[in-house]
Ligand binder design. Structure first.
Ligand code: 6R9
Length: 662
């Protein structure tokens, strides 16, 4: 639960920072004009109903919002539709079958071009194959794949038969995969032999084998895509090659029409406790808002744009703005399998040039990394096709914003800084590129149909630039429908801080122009390179190691990754610890072992940047670890008020330890 006062995690600008209005030409041709705000304000539910009707419904809805079981809101509840029909078949039926849906670029230089008609066939075949493997409507399917076209096909095939997918990021470990498979009671896992990362084939299937060997799961089959051709261990009866069942299946498939509230997917995200939350989303409301926001925020013109979102499908951005949003709008998009610096640091810009990318959506951490590599890297490529740039995942500091606009956008492109969360399902706060005069560092205004406030401790709205808590005060179509299997945690986490109002967990302030500036998380969730990590989850991974007695983890600000994980550990003494290194470099060895232990328990992204072995942790008299002080230490600041510490001497010892490199 919120522990600290809202605090800025990055430098941010001020109300009198320069603004960048859209050019008159851009504004005149924009997909959405300024009038949309007034229309939505005049009739919010009518506005969302109008957006929902841009989808194709098998049974039209008459109810827009059902708030009878709030906060478990329902949208378009009496309508029926299918997500894959709307994302793919609909465009083929409308005569756009020959339009390219996916321009896939493998890290190893391979590429594939898939039209909407081909995608429709692939999805139908995969849906038939899933059915033949015993997956029924309502069953959960875990997807653990690299960024290859089959990942998109797999998600849409699940949606086609009404089987909620649970995509697990390919960088997560076997342990993390196991707990997610268990929690969702998935009956099928879709994976690949491996994928290409940093110039080499990196295996995936062994993690699935390890996860399932831990036992307790309901998994009947593992469907395996061949990507790298590497050796894989095989469990007959259970394991099935994708190429043995999908291409052979019929391309005829009647979609399963589901109720608007039918769960489309579960996606696990970090919360304030050690156990990740299975956020689940509906079908009708989620599709309505992802398609509207994708069109409006990126000014999408599907006939001419080439869109590229660099997110992995393992995160919500990959769900909403690689898979559902763009495909619902019939966009042509690039999907890239690998890392930005393989085989060279200009790889992204080479891709922009090769495909004539017009809209690019990425994260501040990537922008800051490119800044570090230098402007001459993108300068070596023709980026003149770009016309809209987007940012997501964490606050973007004005310096990075300005660099992005100049070095990538040729000082011409609008930038949309989009605030949203796994829980919100779709973008909530963002400029509109053809309407808003952009202010570097501020996500600015709630989108049409969205109502957000900055609240003080007592829940009263703040409009005078003071820091407070970001809250969403009206329900929205793509809102999470719950935490899988844990309605109490859903109510406690989001709806109890300010009763009846959604508490986002972010600090924010609203300036005199009414623009919102995000200040970072106010709870124990860290944001590392735009990925959410929980301090508690990493702490419990650390204490699961036999050498560790106690651990405290904080997010320290980091120039490139936004925040970095810094851990403080107390080692266990006693006779049972026999294998701990001793000698001169004992601490280094311990630290290395603990870092890889965290990597194995959660995934490489969770490995602490530094681990400090300490004798004591700063605690209040009630025994609560004072993370604020540890953050001060990790960020090399003078330690503030220590009067509530049970033992005020402990901070001196910890600071001495921090002085030497960990
Ligand atoms: C989409 C996504 C959500 C958290 C959120 C906030 C941070 C995301 C931001 C931003 C400032 C932005 N966040 N976008 N902070 N400005 N434009 O990232 O979802 O992984 O669930 O993270 O990310 O702290 O609460 P998710």
């Amino acid at each position: 639960m919120p522990a600290d006062e809202p605090q800025p995690t990055t430098d941010h600008g001020t109300t009198d920072s320069p603004t960048y209005p859209p050019s008159p030409e851009f504004a005149a041709a924009a997909a959405v004009g300024a009038d949309v705000y007034d229309r939505a304000a005049a009739d919010r539910l009518g506005f969302w109903a109008e957006q929902a009707r841009t989808l194709e419904w098998e049974t039209p809805f008459s109810t827009v919002l059902d708030d009878s079981e709030a906060p478990r809101y329902g949208w378009f509840t009496d309508g029926r539709l299918n997500a894959s029909h709307n994302a793919v078949d609909r465009h083929v039926a409308a005569g756009h079958g020959d339009r390219v849906a996916l321009l896939w670029e493998g890290e190893d230089g391979g590429s594939r071009r898939i039209t909407y008609a081909e995608l429709a066939d692939d999805v139908a075949r995969a849906a038939n194959a899933l059915t033949s493997l015993g997956v029924g409507t309502g069953d959960r399917v875990a997807i653990y794949l690299p960024m290859i076209p089959e990942a998109v096909v797999a998600m849409l095939a699940c949606a086609r038969i009404g089987a909620p997918h649970s995509v697990v990021f390919g960088g997560f470990s076997a342990d993390a995969l196991h707990s997610r498979i268990l929690d969702a009671e998935a009956t099928l896992v879709i994976t690949a032999d491996g994928g290409y990362r940093r110039g080499a084939a990196s295996p995936l299937k062994p993690a699935v084998d390890d996860a399932l060997a831990k036992g307790g799961t309901a998994v009947a089959h593992v469907l395996v895509v061949r990507r790298t051709g590497g050796e894989v261990a095989w469990t007959p009866e259970r394991d099935v090659w994708w190429h043995d069942v999908v291409p052979q299946a019929s391309a005829e498939h009647e979609p399963v029409w589901v109720e608007a509230e039918h769960p489309l997917f579960i996606l696990y995200t970090s919360g304030t406790t050690g156990k990740p939350k299975g956020i689940f989303h509906s079908t009708g409301g989620y599709l309505t808002q992802t398609s509207f926001t994708h069109r409006a925020v990126f000014d999408l013109h599907p006939e001419t744009d080439v869109y590229w979102c660099t997110a992995d499908i393992g995160w919500i951005t990959g769900h909403s703005y690689v898979v559902y949003g763009p495909l619902l709008n019939g966009a042509t998009q690039v999907i890239y399998e690998g890392t930005p610096d393989t085989p060279h640091r200009g790889r992204w810009w080479e891709i922009v040039q090769k495909y004539g990318v017009t809209i690019l959506y990425t994260a501040p951490t990537a922008i800051r990394t490119c800044m570090k590599w230098g402007e001459d890297v993108p300068g070596g490529f023709d980026l003149s096709s770009l016309r809209v740039l987007g940012s997501v995942g964490e606050p973007i500091n004005p310096e990075a914003w300005t660099w992005y606009r100049r070095a990538i956008g040729g000082d011409r492109t609008p930038i949309v800084d989009t605030w949203w969360q796994t829980e919100t399902g779709a973008i909530m706060i963002s400029p509109l590129p053809g309407v808003t005069a952009a202010k570097p560092g501020s996500a600015q205004v709630p989108l049409p149909g969205v109502v957000a406030e900055v609240l003080d401790d007592a829940g009263a709205p703040i409009h005078d630039d003071r820091a407070g808590y970001l809250a969403l005060t009206e329900p929205w179509p793509a809102m999470l429908r719950g935490i899988w299997g844990d309605p109490q945690r859903f109510a406690d986490t989001y709806w109890s801080r300010f009763p009846g109002v959604y508490f986002a967990g972010d600090g924010a302030r609203r300036d005199a122009d009414g623009d919102i500036w995000l200040l970072g998380r106010v709870d124990d969730v860290m944001n590392v390179s735009g990925h959410r990590l929980s301090t508690a989850e990493i702490e419990s991974a650390l204490v699961s190691h036999p050498w560790v007695a106690e651990a405290a983890v904080v997010g320290a600000s980091d120039e490139t990754t936004g925040q970095a994980v810094v851990a403080f550990v107390i080692l266990r003494d006693g006779e049972e610890v026999t294998d701990r290194p001793s000698g001169d470099d004992a601490d280094e060895q311990v630290v290395a072992a603990l870092r890889s232990h965290v990597g194995a328990a959660i995934g490489p992204i969770a490995k602490p940047r530094s681990i400090l072995v300490v004798a004591e942790l700063p605690k209040t008299r009630s025994g609560k670890i004072m993370r604020r002080l540890l953050r001060d230490v990790a960020e090399h600041r003078d330690v503030g008020d220590v009067t509530t510490l049970a033992d005020s001497g402990v901070m001196g010892l910890i600071q001495q330890g921090m002085a030497k490199p960990a």
